[in-house]
Design a binder for this molecule. Structure first.
Ligand code: GRF
Length: 225
């Protein structure tokens, strides 16, 4: 991918991950340009974040389409003229059809709030608590045609504490999301990450099944002291 890779970001809600991407670009940590933000929810707060950053926005309301495939065709038609290098699902709460996924194959990534392959779908944090998991987290992965699957690029984990609720855990995991998504996007934009033979590669080396394990800087420091 070229120096200033062109990104499309698809959202449905708050857009805090979109904001993390905008902030990383502003900070010079992500060499890319978000050229389009699409929301399927007309009043998604993330649209306000995009407009504040001067990014083109489009609303494609899934409720106006009688079939999933027609909605997906409208999405693809909206994205195509922008000639994007990467499409990022950042809290985009629609299941995409295989046709759409194939059309954007290997330039489509998603952030999911669990340590995949655990807990595809919804209510990930409550499931981690209910199952007595010791750790929860988030994963950025290439999108394949099964829900929340495809080769993982990077993940970050946080311990599940005995006082955690789904919302306290979600808040902690969200902070990690805001660190790993810009990093994964930067890796994609700089050509460091690729999808080959159903595996994600970083610098031509096969990544482990859960992707690169990201350790936040403060945890690294704590371990050393
Ligand atoms: C994030 O937890 C993301 O992992 C999930 O949806 C949430 C979106 O949050 N897919 P935001 O809209 O980016 O704040």
């Amino acid at each position: 991918m070229s120096a200033a890779a062109r990104l499309a970001v698809l959202i449905s809600g708050n857009g805090s991950n979109l904001q993390a991407l905008i902030d990383a670009i502003t900070a010079g940590e992500l060499d890319a340009r978000i050229v389009l933000v699409i929301s399927n929810v007309p009043d998604a707060p993330g649209l306000t974040r995009a407009r504040a950053a001067g990014i083109a926005t489009q609303v494609i309301d899934h409720r106006n389409y009688s079939e999933r495939i027609l909605f997906d065709e409208a999405l693809a038609e909206a994205i195509t003229p922008y000639a994007v290098d990467l499409v990022i699902l950042a809290g985009f709460m629609r299941i995409l059809s295989a046709g759409f996924i194939r059309a954007f194959a290997d330039r489509l990534i998603n952030i999911h709030p669990s340590l995949l392959p655990n807990y595809p779908g919804l209510d990930t944090h409550q499931q981690a608590i209910d199952n007595g998991d010791r750790a929860a987290g988030a994963t950025v992965h290439f999108v394949s045609t099964e829900l929340d699957s495809g080769p993982a690029i990077i993940h970050a984990a946080t311990p599940v504490e005995n006082y955690d609720t789904a919302s306290s855990l979600a808040a902690r995991v969200r902070q990690l999301e805001h660190q790993i998504l810009p990093l994964a996007v930067q890796w994609c934009c700089s050509g460091r990450v690729a999808w080959r033979d159903n595996q994600a590669l970083l610098d031509n080396k096969t990544l482990p099944p859960g992707g690169w394990r990201y350790v936040p800087v403060d945890q690294t420091l704590r371990k050393k002291s």
